[in-house]
Design a binder for this molecule. Structure first.
Ligand SMILES: [Zn+2]
Length: 185
């Protein structure tokens, strides 16, 4: 069954207006998502009531998961203004959780200890089924000394902040295309 979801996201960049480079990172992130999926981004008009407000007003890198509506903040605080971080947070806003939170993640990664594992809640809502576990996902945390791949052949975790050119994986793109019905005729 094919269901074409609305795939245009209106946004405002409210990053420090003096920092054109910050906006350029956000635009780079959007361009890569659009190049690989049917999701498009366009600047919000005054009549748009729902839009993504990309801001640096608060600390940290964060986004809501999925569409909340209204002026929906996505924060790129100090140290968060890079294309890979922007890709990660925008994909949250598109409705995706972390790859390492998939319900079947224990088959693929282990944690330093039980207490650490509890900090990485499993998530049964914000993921798309039917795709292989993706160590290269922009939504997988990188190596942080707390989680480890079970397969010793897997050398790295996460496509995000450690990547140079590729910001989202092919599987990330395929999942977005599935959720947004991009392959509808
Ligand atoms: Zn995240």
């Amino acid at each position: 069954m094919c269901h074409q979801a609305s795939s245009t996201v209106q946004y405002n960049t409210e990053c420090d207006e003096a920092q054109a480079w910050a906006r350029s990172k956000v635009h780079m992130a959007m361009a890569q998502i659009s190049a690989l999926t049917c999701v498009r981004f366009e600047p919000a008009q005054t009549f748009n009531t729902d839009f993504l407000a990309i801001t640096s007003a608060e600390d940290g890198c964060w986004s809501y998961v999925g569409k909340i509506g209204g002026r929906q903040a996505l924060n790129l605080g100090n140290g968060c203004i890079s294309a890979p971080v922007a890709v990660h947070e925008i994909i949250h806003a598109l409705g995706f959780g972390h790859e390492q939170s998939r319900p079947d993640r224990d088959k693929y990664i282990s944690f330093k200890d039980e207490a650490t594992a509890l900090n990485y809640d499993k998530d049964t809502v914000f993921f798309v089924t039917g795709f292989p576990y993706d160590f290269a996902s922009a939504m997988h945390y990188g190596a942080n000394g707390e989680m480890f791949p079970r397969d010793p052949a897997v050398k790295s975790l996460g496509a995000g902040p450690n990547s140079k050119n590729t910001l989202l994986s092919g599987i990330d793109a395929a999942k977005i295309n599935t959720l947004y019905g991009c392959d509808c005729p």
